[in-house]
Design a binder for this molecule. Structure first.
Ligand code: EPU
Length: 417
């Protein structure tokens, strides 16, 4: 199993280009299921999760072709079996995103229940509740969700909590429903907006994406479209947090600064100088960061996907910080690994108290999930000596060309077989 060797303790300096957003690319790929015409995508990142989604869609009969660069074309002229098997869903929870589109297009779907994962239980009850409200008959048998209907009907759906993929699934389903659907308490994440832009290009009628009330007027069919996936705000934030923790000066091109208000605000609070010009973000940091408190929340609040990276930053900050995780119940797995590097962290329920230390020391650590791994990479860049991160397949799920990009920033990093 691959491991990552980092020799830390040096500031970062250099320029990297931000990749397309994983969490926008995955739902947008599923949107191809809604139309018999081709969907041409640009800025699709080369990631394990994208490869898994391609495999899942191909297995249903979607023609998926990758271009040389970041292009991808998907054509679901006909869909064979509207089934998402356990073997694929188990490795990537985002597979649940095929559910809404399949029911809308084929009138039936069989999708494995995703089950729990390292960061929490992650139920899909809101996805199912929405489909039932739209007239689907839904049952769960032998670990599979079965959903069927003649044609989905528009409905007013009030979600009990803010769910990103739940909003995306129901928004896709509603595009082909008969009549109007209103999603209340919808997720406002920029990735929801990016999906809505792509769906609109395919002919969908959607209003209010980016607010907590999305209105979708169903149409009989959708067509083909071209769409460039938005920049990855979490990848952007990860490199920025790395430079704020390790010090130095980095420039990120191809970014979307507007999607990063909460992250940029916290980095400034930590003492970083940040300049945004168009799609470029420059960050400069001298000396140790100042401790920053974090409370995760749905967008536009502070992203749970940036929590581990900021915990890593806080471990070497001047002062004590309080980090509250309010989205997932078990997203502090990285704290134990950070302690192996000499961090001073105590955890009570969903709150972590991090007392900044002068320095971390390299050690062997284990990646437990994607963003936890990103936190460990940041800690490894800061720690003196060598840090070896095991199970880095988690990183390959969500960070394109990680070693190449870190090397471009002057980091000493090597993949070990
Ligand atoms: N929830 C329910 N019922 C539901 C749906 C969600 O109780 O039917 C709960 C979840 O258990 C969680 C909260 O609601 O406690 C929010 O979960 P959400 O549904 O928003 O998460 P998600 O859609 O499964 C997406 C991202 C995650 C990101 C979260 C939160 C994708 C493919 N995944 O997951 O990204 O952490 O939103 O912003 O978009 C990652 O990229 O590393 C990642 C985990």
């Amino acid at each position: 199993m691959n491991r990552l060797l980092l020799t830390g303790g040096r500031p970062l300096d250099g320029t990297v280009h931000v990749s397309g957003a994983k969490n926008a690319a995955l739902p947008i790929m599923c949107a191809a299921l809604l139309s018999a015409k081709p969907l041409l995508l640009g800025n699709v990142p080369r990631l394990m999760d994208v490869a898994t989604m391609s495999k899942l869609l191909a297995q249903m009969g979607v023609l998926v072709e990758r271009g040389d660069e970041s292009g991808m074309s998907l054509c679901a002229e006909s869909i064979g079996d509207p089934i998402a098997p356990y073997e694929l869903v188990r490795t990537m929870r985002a597979s649940i995103l095929v559910l809404g589109a399949l029911v809308a297009r084929c009138g039936r779907a069989k999708v494995s229940l995703p089950g729990g994962c390292a960061i929490g239980q992650r139920p899909v009850d809101q996805h199912l509740k929405g489909l039932v409200a739209m007239g689907a008959r839904v049952s769960v048998e032998h670990g599979y969700i079965h959903a069927e209907t003649e044609r989905l009907k528009g409905a007013r759906i009030v979600m009990d909590l803010v769910t990103v993929t739940g909003t995306e699934n129901l928004m896709m389903a509603a595009t082909l429903a008969e009549g109007t659907t209103v999603l209340e308490n919808a997720a406002r994440e920029p990735e929801v907006v990016d999906l809505a832009i792509c769906l609109a290009a395919m002919g969908a009628r959607i209003d209010g994406a980016g607010t907590d009330r999305i209105r979708i007027d169903g149409v009989a069919r959708l067509g083909g479209a071209s769409h460039a996936v938005m920049p990855d705000r979490i990848e952007t934030g990860t490199y920025l947090a790395a430079a704020a923790a390790a010090g130095g000066r980095i420039k990120l091109t191809g970014a979307a600064p507007d999607s990063l208000d909460a992250t940029l605000g916290k980095l400034r609070e930590a003492g970083a100088r940040i300049d945004c010009a168009g799609d470029t973000i420059t960050l400069e940091m001298e000396g140790r960061p100042k401790a920053v408190d974090i409370r995760t929340a749905p967008y536009p609040g502070f992203a749970t996907d940036m929590q581990a990276q900021f915990m890593a930053l806080d471990t070497v900050a001047i002062g004590t910080s309080v980090i509250t995780e309010s989205i997932f119940e078990n997203r502090f797995m990285h704290a134990l690994e950070l302690q192996r590097l000499g961090a001073d962290i105590s955890i009570q329920g969903n709150t972590a108290v991090v007392r900044g230390v002068d320095r971390l020391q390299g050690a062997a650590v284990m990646a437990t999930d994607l963003r936890a791994s990103a936190g460990l990479v940041i800690a490894g860049l800061v720690a003196e000596g060598e840090t070896v991160i095991d199970r880095i397949y988690h990183l390959d799920r969500g960070y394109e060309a990680l070693e190449k990009k870190l090397t471009a920033l002057g980091a000493k990093v090597r993949r070990l077989a």
